[in-house]
Design a protein around this ligand. Sequence first.
Ligand code: SAM
Length: 713
Amino acid sequence: MKASGLLAQGYRVWGLGDFVQLLITLVIGDTVLDNRRSPFSDLTGSLTGLESARLDWAGADGKPDAPYSLAFDDVYFSRQDGRAETEHVFIQGNHLPERFANWQDARPFVIGETGFGTGLNMLCAWACFDTYAPADARLHLVSTEKHPLTQDDLRRALTAWPEFADQARVLVNQWPEPVRGAYRLILSDRVVLDLHLGDSVECLTHLDGRVDAWFLDGFAPSKNPDMWQPELFQAMAVHSRPQATFATFTCAGIVKRGLKAAGFEWAKAPGFGRKREMLRGHIATPPADTSRQQAPWFTPPSHQSPQQPNRHIAIIGAGLAGASTAEALARRGVQVTLIDQEAPGAGASGNRQGALYVKLAAETNLQSRFYLAGLLYTRRLLERLDPERQLWDDCGVLQLAMTDKEARRQKTFLRNHALPASVVEGITAAEASHRAGVALTHGGLDYPGAGWVRPAALCQRLVAHPGIFFRQAEVMTLEHYEAGWRLGLADGDSVSVDQVVVANAWQASNFLPLEWLPLKPIRGQVSELHLLPDASIAPLKRVVCAGGYVLPVLEGVQSFGATFAPGDTQSDLREADNATNLAEFKHMLPAYAEKLRASGVDFNPAGLNGRASLRAASPDKSPYAGPVPDAPAWRKDYALLQKNARRAPAIAGRHHLGLWTSAAHGSRGLASAPLCAEVLASRICDEPMPLERELIDHLHPGRRLIRELITGG
Ligand code: SAM
């Protein structure tokens, strides 16, 4: 595309700095210098809503409702007997009862599917697994869907199977918004579903994970030729385990040829009902996955080597990052020792109330995609952990556009992101006032599903899992030895484990293998106003933020904040910080503040309660979640990048085996830490990852080393 074409699309002319940025974007697959959009933004995918399935229902004749796709002119499942068809084609076609019964691996058995539809296939697989698999086996479902059903349609479709009522309720409750991306749903302690919303080929191409058995579904090739392309079968092949099987209801020539060309062997088998034939088969030796050729440093450390068992894992730091990682591992049956010098949730995660929100960039970038996925994941986690909502409230978050610059930014954001109003919506001051329950001077972006959480209480709830042993101690040293890792404690004792996750925020780089990791401490103080018990003022109904944030009153306390002081490592309570928070509060919510004052609330900063703590941030403001690189080895292996950023030496990244980190969650740990916990636990336990590959790489702590090599700083 010519520069004039770029300008016509709103891009400015590129300078030297942009080309350095582009090189880094190409090489490490990320916008690490800042979050501008490049002409190569396709690399980062888009954050857009998907068109929901348009259905017809044909249940008027006394039979259960059977959804019919108007767009594809085809049925979701056989009108004759949908469940029997699934059992015949997909469950028996992949020999699942026998394979489940014999499953002995510590990792989960993985099923991949094209076209989730109503979820009937996956519910049948779940039921089959519950019937046949050993008690400690786990099942991981990965499914793609381009036109998800609405939540109401899904609920209605699944009423056809009363025997699955409980499972259907779990699925419907966690059903994600129709937005492109990956969504992890924890269906039970041993069954996980990753829904990849988007086109099957695209989703499978970006999958970071491998499959044991494929359900090759989707409407008939004659009705849906776009999906049954050679690229689909190739993506399936690359993401197959050796000897992975597949089954499909169709025998169309395009399917047979595509499967064969991709390396699958197939055979015809008797079809279900009136269908004479179906296909099933396997792939003996899947092709190599070359997706990380451009960035070999992100190649994950190999799994399950005898040197790297994962029976017992220590986690350093019991804030949100550590507590959520502990829960994610314990849920997988790993024995966890969680170590912190203070009680769980005592540090930066120790505020009694915190905002669960994200600030998405005007132009789509990897960071925004991660944070939105994180926000939505945390909501599902909270829903599962605390359905009574004692720990949280999805009251909604308003991001006010209080300056012209912010108003322009929000306008650009809305133009670039066609997202459902249930995720984010631009609203006027009048509408914002209505939703917040107090008079506001500006409109802004409304995130109806965001809200607030009690972070300290959440940490305590997470670590209450019986598989987690909490030990209050200060870890001084971290040392690798033949059998794993040894942690030296300040009291002279030591703890020996198979693997370690370092999750102690800005202090993570105190440990020798992590001393190179750029982490900045940021002091933040929140303030609290105590309301008078008889004050009868209309309550604030949403979290409101602009420069700072104000939370809805909780148990008579109005919390607001927070200050932002990079490099300050003191956590004393300061009157000056209270004054700063108060000024911001009055600026954002003048009418509400005035009402509080008139009701007798004391606005004197000297008399305010509050809490200061230290958060940690990375230079690019995204968290670190992944294996810890062997920094000297990376500097040596990739030294060539200093001369030529396009020449990636074909060497897989060398890592400290069994050492991981989750850090740099800044002030948005509520949105980022739980999903990062799933990222770590999934990698440690050899499961498909909960996010697309480029987002996994975006979180990799080694990104900073590569940047350092390319830019020299
Ligand atoms: N497996 C489903 C079940 O158990 O209910 C039935 C699947 S239905 C026959 C086909 C599904 O494939 C539909 O939900 C449709 O939206 C989805 N689909 C069609 N083309 C697709 C594509 N290119 N990428 C992802 N999903 C697609």
